[in-house]
Design a binder for this molecule. Structure first.
Ligand SMILES: [Zn+2]
Length: 255
């Protein structure tokens, strides 16, 4: 399996990152995509990806859009070209749920990154919360491939992202019996060949883990719980979920 989204630069991993990665490998995680969410964490993700033979993104998250420099396009281009481990633009997108950056700034910083991805033909790693219409209209201005990570939207949003050609990233959100119900109902509408598995660790610990771990910190080694829940919802073998989503990861990111 490939974990298509993990926040390895989080301070929650600073004391035992080598063990976290070793446990993931032992659990059958072949590789993972380390997510950058601003210029500093993108640079750190590149170092980690090189050190541990992983993949990574470089980009600016909508929460951090307010601090993006005017030179963002060139700064990200330099970072992405500095390592063949950096294989996607992101995490970028729009978050109108928490609104940590003013919406017009989120939109322009996102568009800059979409245009960069299009220009250099790299996939995008997209974040969207309560901003489907706005993100979709930005996507109309470019022609990019990528993944809508940690999808939690409605059926209409799902259909439009799929029609655009994006992969859909599913996290442990789908394992949550309380707030994950709507997502569980939509899994049947996501073709397996358009789905990516991600933990979004250290966040979103799957609630289906039994017995519950002592720590609430999520780790890439728990990715199989996401795969198992999708297999359960799709009524198909978990081995099929694992092999197809791995092929999807390679097709999108390892080119
Ligand atoms: Zn996100």
């Amino acid at each position: 399996m490939f974990d298509a989204g993990v926040n390895l630069t989080s301070s929650q991993f600073s004391s035992d990152l080598a063990e976290v990665i070793a446990r993931a490998k032992n659990a059958g995680i072949e590789s993972m995509l380390a997510i950058g969410c601003d210029l500093t964490s993108s640079e750190q993700s590149i170092s980690l990806a090189e050190q541990y033979q992983l993949y990574c993104t470089a980009g600016v998250h909508p929460h951090d859009a307010k601090d993006a420099p005017d030179t963002l396009y060139d700064d990200l281009l330099t970072l992405l070209k500095s390592s063949d481990r950096a294989i996607a633009v992101g995490e970028c997108g729009l978050d109108f749920n928490r609104d940590f950056s003013p919406r017009p700034i989120q939109q322009s910083v996102c568009l800059t990154q979409l245009q960069l991805a299009e220009a250099i033909d790299y996939p995008v790693y997209l974040h969207e919360r309560d901003a489907h219409d706005a993100l979709f209209s930005l996507l109309q201005e470019v022609n990019v491939q990528g993944v809508l990570h940690c999808f939690t939207g409605d059926h209409n949003a799902l259909r439009r992202y799929l029609d655009y050609g994006l992969m859909i990233g599913i996290t442990g959100w789908v394992c949550d019996e309380r707030r994950g119900q709507a997502l569980q109902d939509l899994i049947q509408y996501i073709p397996l060949d358009r789905l990516l598995l991600e933990t979004d660790a250290p966040y979103l610990l799957p609630r289906t883990i039994s017995p519950k771990p002592k720590s609430r910190r999520n780790e890439p080694m728990y990715l199989s719980y996401v795969a198992e829940q999708i297999a359960h919802l799709k009524q198909c073998p978990v081995t099929e979920v694992m092999s197809t989503t791995s092929a999807n990861f390679k097709q999108l990111f390892v080119r």
